[in-house]
Design a protein around this ligand. Sequence first.
Ligand code: GDP
Length: 296
Amino acid sequence: MFEALQDGLSSAFKTLRGQGKLSESNMRDGLKLVERSLLEADVSFAVVRDFMKRVNDEAVGEAVLKSLNPSQQVVGVVYQALVDFMGPVDHSLHLKGKGELTTIMMCGLQGSGKTTTTGKLGRQLKAAGRMPLMVACDLQRPGAIDQLHILGEQLEVPVFSDRTQKDPVAVTKAAQAHAKKIGADVLLLDTAGRLHVDEALMEELKRVDRQAMPDQVLLVIDSMTGQDAVNSAQAFNDALELDGVILTKLDGDARGGAALSVKHVTGVPIKYIGVGEHLDALEEFHPDRMAGRILG
Ligand code: GDP
């Protein structure tokens, strides 16, 4: 793990071999490599600054400077700081007892993977013996309703939609009644997204939130969007008080810097990661694994 960073630090400290002691300035050169690695992983500038402050304080301590293998020590300090910045994790969806309705509101920008992730959660819940009902509250994106129905058919999970409705609040209300009727115990609301955060979207989501009174509000974020992910997460969290984040498309090239930025800026835990287009490609988030990925 972290071979690249380890190699980089080793060469930064190479000049010191045989001198028996590591100087503070050499240590700082080594830490610049860490900083570059985070920026390359698309961690936002402000978060990199906070992170490096903590790591600097710890790494430039006596124990590390005098240790036999300072580069390994520094990697340890960096790794632990990454894990601390991204944790603790709460994987639970806080489902109520069977027979009681738990409502999970899914939100996120268009293209983040919100509808797909709703299907993935529907699949997991069904496998866990629950009775999910997926609800098409995205009345904005053409095809969103059809997409959810196709997922529902594939998964054999019921879907509620009303193509005559223009108001997602009315759809939510009708879905709540429908859930009771069919004995569903988890309502998964697939809400509307936009290409960018805007006032109208947030107002709509707040109205759905008031009607749904969700037990969990989950934000879906595309890990490829890097620093933009932080701004949108902050806007969603200001409007809705998020309970968790799901970071998608980590099967791609993204180094996962968004995981660090979003958790540090919003304080909202990342619960799951999306690792593919298939409906079984949803995993629990583990900060230690992500730390390795971010360091490259
Ligand atoms: P929405 O507009 O947020 O509802 O986004 P969609 O659920 O329609 O997803 C947008 C695209 O991202 C689709 O092509 C999905 O198959 C794809 N997608 C979603 N999650 C993942 C993921 O974890 N990995 C990959 N590779 N693609 C994903």
